[in-house]
Design a protein around this ligand. Sequence first.
Ligand code: RRO
Length: 303
Amino acid sequence: MADLSMEIAGLKLKNPVMVASGTFGHGEEYSELIDLRKLGAIVTKSITVSPREGNPPPRIVETPAGMLNSIGLENDGLKKFIEEHLPFLAKFKTPVIANIAGETQKEFEELASTLSKERQVKALEVNISCPNVEHGGMQFGCSPVGTEEVVRAVRAATDMPLIVKLSPNVTDITEIAKKAKDSGADVISLINTVMGMAIDAETRRPRINRIVAGLSGPAIKPIALRMVWQVAQSIKLPVIGIGGIMNARDALEFFIAGASAVQIGTANFVDTQASIKTIEGINEYLDRKGIKDIKGLIGTLNK
Ligand code: RRO
């Protein structure tokens, strides 16, 4: 078997396959369906300082080759995460990456400094790319100034590996990635969802209550792959590839494009075993190709 272990900015992973934020809750439900110990890391649903109910329904709809969501950051808040969800996740010894979302710079600081004190949290993923909220989210991640503001604040509040998750809803992704790096990011993860919408022609009503929502799934994979490649070419930071990865073959494309790890998101809703099958499929491919270490595949696009 090939070596799948990976170290990204000090974050040690037994394999480079994570489950993506927002598609795995805090692992409780999935723990009955898959062996969480086999995962490279678990990225939590975004955590906010206060609990949030999220947006009114309907807030999820299936689309050709994907889905739209407008959850609106529903979560139990920071306190409950630390008191209830984190102790549960800690039992599995799989690294926990806490995804954090603030409406303001101050909230990001509070989330980062509080979670940094938790031994079980091994890294932070800074969500500056949620498309479904009035304040914060994508507003930060779609401007170099907003990106700098948040990343600097979080960097000052933590020594943990800092992953910054970018939005694809920008003209030049490399400009935002560079700004995140210069502001203190250790790792860039991309992409969050692509803004989209769906209409029911019979009723002429939007299929999602908030009308505009975030598109994920296979439909966005070529966009994600292109952006991962561009960012990996333009800055010297590890990149985590996210966007429509359904199986090992998709994941391998991201490694070849320059990703050091991948996250499985929407695929979890289609097949609860998708992440485990992806790990197995990567192993099979490496063995078949005679590649002894996954690191030997990263950024090896034949042009
Ligand atoms: O909760 C959401 O609506 C949501 C978030 Br925080 C995000 O980062 N990306 C997304 O598609 N939905």
